[in-house]
Design a protein around this ligand. Structure first.
Ligand SMILES: NC(=O)c1ccc[n+]([C@@H]2O[C@H](COP(=O)([O-])OP(=O)(O)OC[C@H]3O[C@@H](n4cnc5c(N)ncnc54)[C@H](OP(=O)(O)O)[C@@H]3O)[C@@H](O)[C@H]2O)c1
Length: 440
């Protein structure tokens, strides 16, 4: 059979011939597919290439370097005994083969039967990313009907799913933030009430990463009409046309009611525009995202000082708060870093931030005053903590919503033979959505 093969953690995978896992045979996992072994052979139809697959194959995941060669793919959709099923694997996390092949070994107890009418490629694209979004919002984040949710990375698969799943769970307002123009558009398509650009243009830079950014734009007031608004966009964008105006207001503090004791500890943006703030920060030698500058005193001693109005976190927090309808109840965070620190400042007292990824950064400049003054709950989430039953229930719910046309994420279907190039595009971040391999 044809399969994707990771031969080395230092090279992209190839497409090669592999023995078909069959009853009585053993894969590289040592999984015997004989009757009664608990393992079955899945005729794979669709296998997504996810960030976890890349991380594991690169040998930098917290599971360590995988034993090579192996077939990657931590999940897929296929047929067993004539029935459509979703299945997980441990490929890259433990010895054994995964889903990116014509036939894959899976544990019978892990199979989740899909409802009639479910599109295998749409379900594969959603898969564990949507499970993470759903369980992080509901099980970990305790989302209740009527709450306001802020979704970071709204253009990613987790983010797009979270926007729709929060709505399905009864959220009254869903605000999303994304980095690229394409990501902002995907978040909008997913149904966010308002979208916010994460990146801030630099002086004289009319938005390299996001050409539609207007360097003078800051925040707009929140709306509760359900109409889509975008901050940080120029008047000439479609959003400005839709709303008929492009209100440009000075940046404001994320939560004017916050009692922090000192302006220094809040990192308040005061009334400085983002561009001005960043200019000042650069002039002062500000370490990006920290809110601190290194200064040499007259005695030659170097120290760190807070740079008032020059905090990237405060600036983003102000723009996020500007489109929220009052304090946020729950932040869904696959990014960490500056976006998470800024989002935390929009939370109400006792608000929750659930982190499930570090796409922006492995660390986060979350300040103590924000955390303690509002008794915030910062929670970590991993799919690996779910029981088999929880995961199966979540997949069944997601597949049901997908089949009903209420849940979808941007994805493209690519032939198995083109997997190596697709993998490289996923690594480079130049895809238009989740890549799903057509393996059947
Ligand atoms: N804990 C778990 O169980 C679990 C499960 C699934 C996923 N995850 C994690 O969640 C994260 C997102 O997964 P995904 O499936 O949504 O990935 P994805 O579809 O590849 O999307 C990645 C997202 O990250 C954004 N991004 C990347 N680099 C960024 C940066 N430097 N600053 C700001 N945004 C940045 C992208 O923004 P643009 O779209 O604007 O480019 C995009 O929205 C990953 O880290 C993944 O490992 C965790």
């Amino acid at each position: 059979m044809r399969a994707v093969l990771v031969e080395s953690c230092d090279r992209p995978p190839v497409v090669a011939d592999r023995p078909v896992p069959s009853p009585g045979s053993s894969g590289s996992s040592g999984s015997s597919l004989s009757p009664g072994s608990g393992w079955v052979a899945v005729q794979v139809v669709a296998a997504p290439i996810t960030p976890l697959d890349l991380l594991c194959a690169g040998g930098t995941s917290y599971f360590g370097r995988p034993a090579v060669p192996y077939v990657p793919g931590v999940q897929g959709v296929g047929m067993v005994g004539g029935r459509p099923v979703w299945f997980p694997t441990s490929a890259g996390m433990a010895p054994g083969d995964g889903s990116m092949a014509e036939v894959a070994p899976a544990r019978a107890e892990d199979l989740v039967e899909l409802p009639a009418g479910a599109d295998p490629f749409a379900v594969a694209a959603l898969g564990l990313s949507a499970v993470a979004a759903y369980m992080a919002l509901t099980w970990r984040g305790g989302l209740r009907a009527g709450e306001q949710v802020l979704v970071l990375g709204g253009g990613g698969v987790v983010g797009q799913a979270a926007i729709q799943l929060a709505r399905l769970a009864g959220a009254r307002r869903v605000v999303a933030a994304a980095r690229s123009a394409e990501g902002l558009e995907r978040a909008r398509q997913a149904g966010a009430d308002a979208v916010v650009a994460l990146n801030v243009p630099e002086p004289g830079d009319h938005g390299r990463a996001n050409p539609s950014l207007d360097p003078t734009a800051t925040t707009r007031p929140a709306k509760t009409t359900g109409r889509v608004e975008t901050t940080g966009l120029a008047e000439t964008t479609s959003t400005a046309k839709t709303t008929g105006r492009a209100a440009i207001r000075p940046a404001k503090a994320a939560d004017p009611t916050e009692s922090t004791g000192s302006a220094e500890s809040t990192g308040s943006a005061e009334s400085t525009s983002p561009v001005e703030a960043i200019s000042r920060a650069k002039a002062a030698g500000l370490a990006k995202g920290t809110g601190f500058a290194q200064v040499a005193g007259a005695d030659g001693v170097t120290g760190l000082v807070r740079v008032a109005g020059a905090d990237e976190v405060a600036e983003l927090a102000a723009r996020l708060a500007g489109v929220c309808d009052g304090p946020v109840d729950l932040v869904l965070d696959p990014l960490y870093g500056v976006p998470a620190a800024a989002a935390a400042r929009t939370l109400r007292k006792g608000g929750r931030l659930v982190n499930l990824g570090g796409s922006a950064s492995e660390t986060c400049p979350l300040d103590s005053s924000t955390l303690r003054s509002r008794s915030l709950r910062v929670l970590g989430y991993t799919n690996n903590e779910l029981t088999r039953e929880q995961r199966a229930e979540a997949i069944a719910y997601i597949a049901h919503q997908s089949a009903a046309g209420r849940l979808t994420v941007a994805h493209e279907v690519v032939a198995l033979e083109d997997a190596a190039a697709a993998w490289q595009r996923q690594t480079a971040g130049t895809t238009t959505g989740r890549i799903v391999l057509r393996t059947g």
